[in-house]
Design a protein around this ligand. Structure first.
Ligand code: MV4
Length: 449
């Protein structure tokens, strides 16, 4: 096992990793920008080291400085958290060149899944059902018309270098295809330096269901069910739950086994998420994320596993301590993301926290790096807290969420908290009857009131 790990991240996820390390008896090194000298992750780690100025590009994304921080402190491994360098294959390669372990999959697996055409092709060959669409890249507008006419409209043009909603253009009808095709290409070229695009049938009212997988890197893998992450605004998730309200146990087993077998088939190591659109009882693969996700706690809550500890174990060459037959779901879990943003526009709202009080009691988990008197810097993501509640049933979990929200105090800055009481009043949320467009439609209707 490692004796010291460097956490190449900040905020609540840095705390999450430090907590796992501490339970495993591993020393921790926090890295921080000059703007984060007072941050909770710096206080909570055994050691800390400054890696640059406020801008994320010059600090948390600064590979030479992070490598230097490892060498100075003697850290043997790096946990990247999510975002920043978590899906950067070059970073993984540089770490390897310095004999430092990356807590995550191989550079090759990150590369495969980072290129969305290659990811889809790989998954298809591994037996995972995919959205109908072009066979690989679509190099010309003539090809785009050919593929789309065969499939029928609407279609969606996606950048192979995109993902998470970046570089996508919808063509509702044949008349929209030219603009969608050239628009997606131009945007992708500008954003990623790569203009390769592919085309899919556009699914009109799906749910976003993602399957948590975990591999040992040696051909063994398990699944830990699914999360429904349909409630999003501009591709930012707001509310996530597990198990998915629309998924029955047989369906879960079927798609879960397909996913576990697929990642076992490529000797995938560590935590991964296979994203699907789910419509009329059918799953369609869209992307795979090769990192620990923000919403991993809902899966931890219902399976009773610590995904970060397992990541560390596998990276250290130890066996993962679970087998599929020992994994079962207990109850229901919901996460809400609390952002320092002003409603109704979700404008980032950094500033000083005058009072922070976290809720408690049975079935309540609060992952946050806030403290009384902390000043949220303006340079980073506006996520300030994740409230995760667990209960025996979905109904009990919703009631517990409402209760916990009532105890939570974040004073000093505007937050997205007021959203959740109103959301919990909605019959569609109470019944679990929502899709990927529900939240944006609801927000629009609220704004009109
Ligand atoms: C789609 C789609 C409909 N049909 N692909 C958006 C994020 C990226 N991961 C994939 N996305 C979508 N891909 C096909 N073929 C609709 C979306 C989409 C979406 C997906 C998940 C959650 C929220 C969404 C909001 C708008 C569009």
């Amino acid at each position: 096992m490692f004796s010291k790990i460097l956490i190449a991240n900040r905020g609540e996820i840095a705390l999450r990793v430090i907590r796992a390390c501490r339970e495993l008896g591993i020393l921790t090194v926090a890295v921080h920008s000059t703007a984060d000298a007072d941050a909770m992750h710096v206080r909570m780690a055994d050691e800390s080291i400054c890696i640059g100025p406020p801008s994320g590009t010059l600090s948390y994304l600064n590979v030479p400085n992070i490598i230097s921080a490892c060498e100075i402190t003697g850290a043997e491994a790096v946990h990247p958290g999510y975002g920043f360098l978590s899906e950067n294959a070059n970073f993984v390669q540089v770490l390897e060149d310095h004999d430092i372990k990356f807590i995550g999959p191989t550079a090759e697996h990150i590369r495969i899944m980072g290129d969305k055409i290659t990811a889809k092709d790989t998954m298809k060959k591994l037996g995972v059902p995919c959205v109908p669409g072009s066979d690989g890249g679509v190099p010309t507008i003539e090809e785009a018309f050919k593929v789309s006419d065969e499939m029928g409209f609407p279609v969606i043009v996606k950048a192979t270098a995109g993902g998470g909603g970046r570089g996508m253009k919808l063509a509702k009808t044949r008349d929209d295809l030219k603009d969608a095709f050239f628009g997606a290409r131009a945007e992708s070229k500008a954003a990623f330096g790569n203009d390769e695009v592919y085309i899919e049938k556009y699914l009109t009212l799906p749910r976003h269901i993602e399957v948590q997988v975990f591999g040992d890197g040696k051909g063994r893998a398990v699944h830990l069910g699914e999360r429904d992450c349909s409630l999003q605004r501009r591709h930012q998730k707001v509310f996530e739950e597990a198990p998915g309200p629309g998924i029955d146990p047989e369906t879960r087993e079927r798609i879960g086994k397909l996913c576990a077998d697929a990642v076992a088939g490529i000797n995938y190591a560590g935590a991964g998420t296979i994203e699907f659109l789910f419509e009329r009882g059918e799953f369609f693969f869209i992307e795979m994320n090769t990192r620990l996700q923000v919403e991993h706690p809902v899966t931890e809550a219902i399976f009773g596993v610590d995904l970060v500890k397992q990541q560390i174990r596998v990276a250290a060459g130890e066996e993962m301590t679970f087998r599929q037959e020992n994994l079962s779901i207990k109850g229901h879990a919901i996460e809400v993301r609390i952002n320092a943003e002003r409603l109704p526009d979700f404008t980032p709202c950094p500033g000083k926290i005058t009072t922070f009080h976290a809720p408690g009691g049975l079935g309540v988990r609060m992952d946050s790096a806030l403290y009384d008197g902390y000043t949220i810097p303006p340079y980073y993501d506006s996520l300030i807290a994740k409230l995760i509640v667990t209960g025996t049933t979905r109904q009990a979990t919703l009631a517990r969420l409402r209760r916990a929200l009532g105890e939570l105090i974040v004073d000093g800055v505007d937050t997205t908290l007021p959203l959740f009481d109103r959301l919990l009043d909605e019959p569609d949320i109470q019944s679990g009857d929502y899709d990927i467009h529900w939240l944006e439609k609801w927000l629009e209707a609220q704004a009109a009131e």
